[in-house]
Every structure is written in structure tokens, then in C-alpha cells.
Design a protein around this ligand. Structure first.
Ligand SMILES: [Zn+2]
Ligand SMILES: [Zn+2]
Length: 258
């Protein structure tokens, strides 16, 4: 499985910045997990391939450019863009984003070929298919309804925590898996901001270090993601100091293969 954390911004020469401000992962160039930077960072080829987008929760950094992405493709979509989310997240997207005020309700609109956007409600804890992938969604501990994901392509499995603080069900599901090749887990704030991390339900390196003790698998790559851009270097230094094998910060723009 090829996974890229899309860059959020580029410098004047078009080189991707390492600071992550928006969240969007691209799997095998065709399935997106979250859509923060989806309209900003895809190549033209990737843009033509993405038909399936899983949304873990409706926070702006995860959906910011989703409306723009569909808007850009609007006249040319020959099949609807499929947006996978839990029923409660779909309701929030309809109420707060695609509500005719912030943006048009694309799920009600058609182009010359037919509907342009289709919601696919996803179950909790039961496998479902997205393109060639098998996915399980697990509720995690964030301030709005949010799911983590376990994604498998038949050869490898990768888990996405999405935004979360201390949680239980996610680890239970991961520990029951036969194999896990990579864990993409959030580390949002430096340790000195533990209070803010707690009220906004995110991890710091220290709380992540504690949390990872719940994981019984050994040897998989652990990629820290969702590092707040202003504190990136500080968070990375604190993650390094944990001395956890194969734990590193995921680099936006780089393609990882598992
Ligand atoms: Zn969030
Ligand atoms: Zn977020």
C-alpha cells in the first residue's frame, strides 16, 4: 500500500513545506482519508483518479478543501464523488459545510452525467470496502464524533488514529489484528501544552508515549502525524526523546510504502 500525507502548503518555488496544517492522506493514488488539502496538493493524474474519500470527522483541517475539490471537478465528474463517513459525520457535513451558506449542497446537485456527490454511510466496527481496500472504522476520543481506521489491501494493513486523546476500542481492534504494518498516530502539541491537548482531545509526545504502551504489536512503523505547524520541531525533538523504536514524524509529500 502506498500512502502519502499530502502537503498543506508550498514555497514560492513549488516545493512542499514540511509543516502540516491540513490533513489528507492519499492511498494508492486513488482513495483519500480526510480532505484538508485535497484540492491543493494532488497532481493532475491523482486528481483524475480519486473517486473515494473517507472523512474521519468534520473539523476544518480535515475537510477544508473538500468543497473546492468537488467544485473544481464539477462539470467533468462522470460518476459521483463518493464521500464515506459515519451517519453522524454526514449529518454534520450537511448541516455545517454543504448547507447552501458555506457551500452548495453538492449531494443534491447534478451535472450532465448525473449526481456529483454521494454519501456512503459507514458502519462502526464492521469491515466495508472502499475501492480495492478493506476498511474498519473505530470510534476514538475527540471532541466531535470521530473514527480511526484500519485499512488493508490484502497484503498489508495500516491504522490511522485520526484526531484522538486516550482511547481504548482502537487499541483493542489493533491488538486483535494478525499483522499491522504501520500506525499513523497523531501528536498535535508539545508537552508544555498538555492542558490544551487535554481539553481539545489530542496527544502530546508524553501522553502518546504512555498511550503506545497499550499496543501489543511490535516492529511496525509508527508515524506521528497532525503535528501543529508552529511547534513541529519541538514536538519532533520530544518524540525522539521517547526512544520508541521505529517512531518518526511522517513527512508531508513523501510516498511511504507498506
Ligand atoms: Zn479534530
Ligand atoms: Zn485535526
Amino acid at each position: 500500500m502506498r500512502i502519502q500525507l499530502l502537503p498543506s502548503t508550498f514555497d514560492a518555488q513549488g516545493v512542499a513545506n514540511l509543516e502540516q496544517r491540513l490533513t489528507c492522506f492519499l492511498i494508492d493514488d486513488c482513495v483519500a482519508v480526510d480532505a484538508g488539502s485535497i484540492a491543493i496538493a494532488l497532481t493532475n493524474e491523482q486528481r483524475s483518479k480519486v473517486k473515494d474519500i473517507i472523512i474521519t470527522h468534520p473539523h476544518m483541517d480535515h475537510v477544508a478543501s473538500l468543497p473546492i475539490f468537488i467544485d473544481d471537478l464539477y462539470p467533468n465528474l462522470q460518476q459521483p464523488m463518493r464521500v464515506y463517513a459515519t451517519a453522524e459525520v454526514i449529518e454534520l457535513l450537511e448541516r455545517d459545510v454543504f448547507n447552501w451558506n458555506v457551500y452548495p449542497r453538492f449531494s443534491d446537485l447534478k451535472n450532465d452525467y448525473g449526481p456529483v456527490m454521494e454519501y456512503v454511510p459507514i458502519p462502526i466496527g464492521k469491515p466495508f470496502n472502499v475501492a480495492h481496500l478493506n476498511v474498519v472504522a473505530v470510534p476514538v476520543n475527540h471532541i466531535v464524533p470521530t473514527v480511526g481506521l484500519v485499512v488493508s489491501d490484502g497484503r498489508s494493513s495500516v491504522a490511522f488514529s485520526s484526531d484522538t486523546a486516550q482511547t481504548e476500542e482502537f487499541w483493542k481492534i489493533l491488538n486483535e489484528l494478525k499483522g499491522l504494518d504501520a500506525l499513523l498516530i497523531e501528536a498535535s502539541f508539545p508537552d508544555r501544552m498538555a492542558k490544551l491537548a487535554e481539553v481539545s482531545r489530542h496527544f502530546t509526545p508524553a501522553s502518546l508515549g504512555q498511550e503506545l504502551k497499550k499496543l501489543t504489536h511490535n516492529g511496525m512503523d509508527i508515524m506521528a502525524v497532525h503535528l501543529k505547524a508552529s511547534y513541529r520541531d519541538e514536538i519532533i525533538a520530544q518524540l525522539d526523546a521517547l526512544n520508541i523504536p521505529k517512531l518518526s514524524a511522517m513527512e508531508p509529500g513523501r510516498v511511504y510504502e507498506w
